[in-house]
Design a protein around this ligand. Structure first.
Ligand code: P6P
Length: 336
């Protein structure tokens, strides 16, 4: 008797589509293309040590960061899976300065935008640390068939879908369309993402804090006091928290989402707006976190309320368990 498969991601997407009256299927089609791109990137990431995709290209991207060969591969994979589908009016990638228009030879007038970080944390790939792809989907709001910058400069609360793929000890795709957060684990033997974490809810309070303490000399006093709070023993409030920092946003976020905890990348004397990007890192993770019962702030404004002004805008990021984020907010408001 063949084993009964769990729910595949493709089936889950169709079930979600059935809950939306009048759905054209374009959104489901877009998600399915992202799934295929994730599988192609997974295959390359898992063979990275064997084929010539390790290491640096010697180029520098729009962020001023060295481009890893895998960054380029993942970026190209996402682009090539999406550009001809007719689902998108334009794309935005962490690796590319401006918005990416759909070539005239392909169907125009797509209803959605896709912003993505094709391979976040890719400098970790050479040492076999988990890395990830992060994506954010908005509805097109500009006039005419082509996408425009305004289609991307929408607050995170208007995203219609947010998700990430984490390439780790197993490869998982976690996403939300506003109907809960659901995690799927790739079964390489059949090449399908299977539902493994239905309706993820993050604990209201965690016992993990994640921050690069090597930056502490650049922190302002509010952040120093906040981090010391989490490190100070106090039985009643479950402190001290354990320090866990992988240095790969998707991996740190995913662990805290499942176990509870707080991830912090504050602005500091050197990176005055913070390091992480709003449109394709903070905002998608913030939507997922909120849907899972958590919260996220940029200094003390909710990430999902931030009105973007630039495509590659950076923001401070405090994200995770609701009670822990509210603790951050009170320190950042100087209430301690
Ligand atoms: P730092 C990876 O380069 C990244 O963009 C995120 O994945 C990660 O959270 C952060 O930067 C780590 O930055 O300054 O602690 O090395």
């Amino acid at each position: 008797m063949p084993e009964r498969l769990g729910t595949t991601l493709t089936k889950h997407i169709m079930e979600m589509q059935r809950r939306i009256p009048g759905a054209s299927g374009d959104f489901s089609g877009l998600l399915n293309e992202i799934i295929i791109a994730g599988k192609v990137i997974y295959r390359a990431v898992n063979k990275a040590g064997l084929v010539d995709v390790l290491g640096r290209t010697g180029e520098v991207n729009v962020q001023g960061e060295e481009v890893q060969k895998m960054d380029e591969f993942a970026d190209l994979t996402m682009y090539q899976k999406m550009d001809h589908t007719g689902y998108l009016c334009a794309m935005a990638s962490e690796e590319v300065e401006d918005i990416i228009q759909i070539p005239d030879k392909h169907p125009q007038g797509g209803k959605y935008t896709l912003a993505f970080d094709p391979l976040d944390g890719s400098s970790n790939i050479d040492v076999n640390v988990s890395i990830g792809t992060i994506f954010s989907i908005h509805k097109k709001i500009s006039k005419g068939p082509k996408g425009a910058l305004e289609d991307f400069l929408q607050p995170g609360k208007k995203q219609i879908c947010a998700g990430y793929i984490i390439y780790g000890s197993s490869t998982m795709l976690v996403y939300t369309t506003g109907l809960g957060v659901h995690g799927f684990t790739l079964d390489p033997s059949i090449g399908e993402f299977l539902l493994s974490h239905p309706n993820i809810k993050t604990p209201a309070q965690g016992s993990i804090y994640s921050i690069n303490e090597g930056n502490s000399y650049k922190w302002d006093d509010r952040v120093t006091k906040l981090v010391n709070y989490f490190k100070t023993p106090d039985k009643e409030s479950g402190r001290p928290y354990s320090g866990r920092y992988i240095g790969s946003l998707v991996a740190d976020f995913h662990r805290n989402l499942l176990k509870g905890g707080i991830f912090m990348y504050p602005a500091d004397a050197k990176t005055k707006a913070g390091k992480l990007r709003l449109l394709y890192e903070a905002a998608p993770l913030a939507l997922i976190c909120q849907e899972a019962g958590g919260a996220s702030i940029a200094d003390y404004e909710d990430i999902l309320e931030v009105e973007p002004t630039e495509l590659h805008q950076r923001v401070p990021l405090f994200i995770g368990s609701k009670n822990d984020v509210e603790k951050c907010r009170s320190f950042l408001k100087g209430e301690f």
